[in-house]
Design a protein around this ligand. Structure first.
Ligand code: CUK
Ligand code: CUA
Length: 639
């Protein structure tokens, strides 16, 4: 056996050596390691070409990578608390994680989505959905921090979210789980009578980025899986997939797979705006939180909203249409021109492409195949533009290179297939390692993709990395798609499960990236802007320490007069005004986290000492040659 293996590898080596031609490519189209390495090599001190933002899946966070190097730059805490940054532990960020269910310090994040202007990612904001406790977060791409989290009412499993319209007029949120709306105590077997879906349109204030639920559409309980916005011609429309037109509530893997076709729901949101303006909506009671971070005070607030405007399709002709789409479609993707709407039926081998023009003409001719709860169903043959006979199995998601080509992932056959729009012919295919879910081309779901790289986001890792026990990091793979054939360049591990990702040219984001928070703009109520303002104030059983940090000391650094049972608030202001000089703060036995305070920022740690004694505190972030000297004591006396 050994001999055979040896012989085989020797033959392989010879084959590889002899088949390499001048450009470093083997005859099979695979790149030699050296040639691939050159394409991803970013020399020390050089910058990557793209920022990539990956969802952290069940970690609840977003991670920031450089492409093509695959280097990890930052993990942005979004839905999960993060002890490293004090996120969700310090008093300033706690309100961001407030919901109608209380403080929820975790979520399952699937789809990052960049804000767009004229159909082009603009680098202002990144949105990401929380699946479990339905939420959408907005990350400010100047600070790379979570700026806002809005809860979605009447939703369960916020999966088809947060896809944006061409000018970021809306981010959307379709519920995966159907629910009684409003919630009530009913038999689960009464699903068909009592359960509904909802599609939420969250408007954006274009200056501040503030999100509000503008309206919801009450839908049949079909399970709304994914979405993408129309663009160009189809601007004003939003498309959502559904995979449970069977309306089954149990054993969905069997029961929700019976119908030959489910639907893509096409929503005319411009029409919705007309109905809203005309007052043709119902105002339903609701209870959801809108949590915002104020950039100057560096404090978040949580507000409760009590009502939501709901449109009922039966009362709003022209608002929603159903496009029959084979075999439990998962992803729905709109090509850069806005004409083609691709439904990836995950139990199908062929891809279905609908034509927006055909859809509109069928609507104009009022050619319907019936209706469901007031929603006209178009005929498959009237809207279909073509099918792609892919030869693959389990299509999930499609992105575009802006050169007339589409790239679709196949989970079961573990590959990416490149095909041509309008001729529907397959041009190329390449394996992924293993079982790819989403893929991402920078700008690949916008009108203007940067069609140079493609990243496959794989679900299964197996033997790709050094073993790390039963759990392995999920794997991303970078491909060069600039030529006719796709070429695998690089494997790199990711955080949590990177369902989806977005990427944008680095030079769009870099010029606006914040380096410090100006101290003079700090409006935190407990700021100390100069060291001489540092002090300790008692207010009943509360002790407020107005503390400052500058290389390499705290002020005050010896604190006395604190008693067991007090609530001690350390309000720490970092007086530094230099880029990349945060200070940390940790106190012995504090049972929450540390603070990591950016230049010009104030953060607050609450500490409730239980025992008398003298407790050291220190700076946790190596900030100067005398970082080790950056420390102090707090004395705790009896009550
Ligand atoms: S989903 Cu994960 S592979 Cu949540 Cu976008 Cu398709
Ligand atoms: Cu400040 Cu270390």
């Amino acid at each position: 056996m050994k001999k055979v293996l040896f012989l085989f590898s020797a033959l392989l080596t010879i084959a590889l050596m002899s088949s390499c031609n001048g450009d470093g490519k083997s005859a099979s189209g695979a790149l030699s390691a050296q040639s691939a390495a050159e394409k991803v090599y970013v020399a020390p001190g050089e910058y990557d070409e793209f920022y990539a933002f990956m969802s952290g899946g069940f970690s609840g966070q977003v991670s920031v990578y450089g492409l093509p190097s695959g280097r990890l730059f930052k993990v942005i805490p979004v839905f999960s608390v993060d002890g490293e940054k004090g996120y969700g532990f310090n008093e300033e960020t706690k309100p961001l994680l407030e919901t109608s269910h209380g403080f929820v310090p975790w979520d399952d994040a699937h789809h990052p989505e960049l804000s767009q202007t004229d159909g082009r990612p603009d680098g202002r904001w990144l949105f990401i959905n929380g699946n479990n406790t339905p939420r959408i977060a907005r990350i400010d791409l100047r600070s790379f921090e979570t700026a806002e989290i809005i809860e979605i009412p009447n939703s369960g499993g916020n999966h088809s979210s947060p896809f944006v319209t061409e000018n970021s007029e809306y981010v959307v949120a379709g519920t995966r789980f159907s629910l009684p709306i409003p919630q009530k105590d009913v038999a689960i077997s009464s699903y068909q009578e009592n359960f509904n879906g909802s599609l939420s349109f969250i408007s954006l204030d274009q200056e501040e980025g503030h999100m509000e639920v503008d309206f919801q559409i009450l839908m049949p309980g079909f399970d709304y899986d994914l979405a993408h916005a129309g663009k160009g011609n189809s601007h004003g429309w939003m498309f959502f997939t559904t995979y449970n037109s069977e309306q089954s509530h149990t054993l969905k893997e069997v029961n929700a797979s019976q119908n030959d076709k489910d639907f893509i729901a096409a929503v005319n949101w411009k029409k919705a705006q007309e109905y809203i303006a005309a007052g043709n909506f119902q105002e339903l009671p609701a209870n959801y939180h809108v949590n915002r971070f104020d950039e100057n005070s560096h404090m978040a607030t949580s507000e409760v909203r009590n009502t939501v405007r709901v449109l009922i399709p039966e009362d709003c002709p022209g608002l929603v249409y159903y496009l029959p789409t084979p075999k439990s479609p998962h992803g729905v993707d709109v090509d850069p021109s806005g004409e083609y709407i691709i439904g990836n039926g995950k139990l199908n081998a062929d891809l279905t492409v609908h034509s927006f023009t055909k859809m509109i003409s069928a609507i104009e001719q009022q050619k319907f195949d019936g209706e469901i709860d007031g929603i006209p169903v178009l005929s498959f043959d009237d809207v279909m533009a073509g099918t792609v006979s892919s030869g693959g199995l389990g299509p999930l998601h499609t992105e575009f290179d802006g050169e007339g080509n589409a790239y679709t992932t196949f989970f079961i056959s573990s590959e990416v297939v490149k095909w041509k729009l309008e001729t529907w012919e397959v041009l190329d295919r390449i394996p992924t390692y293993y079982s790819v879910g989403h893929l991402m081309i920078p700008g690949g779901d916008s009108r203007h993709p940067w069609g140079k790289y493609m990243v496959a986001l794989n679900k299964i890792t197996k033997d790709r990395y050094l073993p790390t026990g039963p759990e392995l990091a999920h794997s991303a793979q970078l491909y060069d798609i600039s030529g006719e054939k796709m070429e695998l360049l690089l494997d790199f591990p990711t955080i949590g499960e990177p369902h989806y990702a977005q990427a944008i040219a680095a030079d769009i984001i870099m010029p606006n990236s914040l380096k410090i928070y100006p101290l003079e703009e700090n409006t935190h109520p407990y700021v100390a802007k100069v060291e001489s303002d540092a002090r300790v104030e008692r207010d009943g059983a509360e002790v407020h320490v107005y503390m400052t940090t500058i290389r390499s000391h705290f002020a005050p650094d010896n604190i006395e007069g604190v008693k067991v049972g007090d609530k001690v608030y350390f309000h720490v202001t970092n007086l530094e005004q230099d880029w990349d000089v945060p200070h940390g703060f940790a106190v012995l036995g504090a049972n929450n986290a540390e603070l990591l305070i950016m230049p010009g920022q104030t953060e607050t740690l609450l500490w409730e000492p239980k025992e008398v004694g003298v407790y050291p505190f220190y700076c946790t972030d190596f900030c100067s040659a005398l970082h080790q000297e950056m420390q102090g004591y707090i004395r705790v006396s009896p009550e």
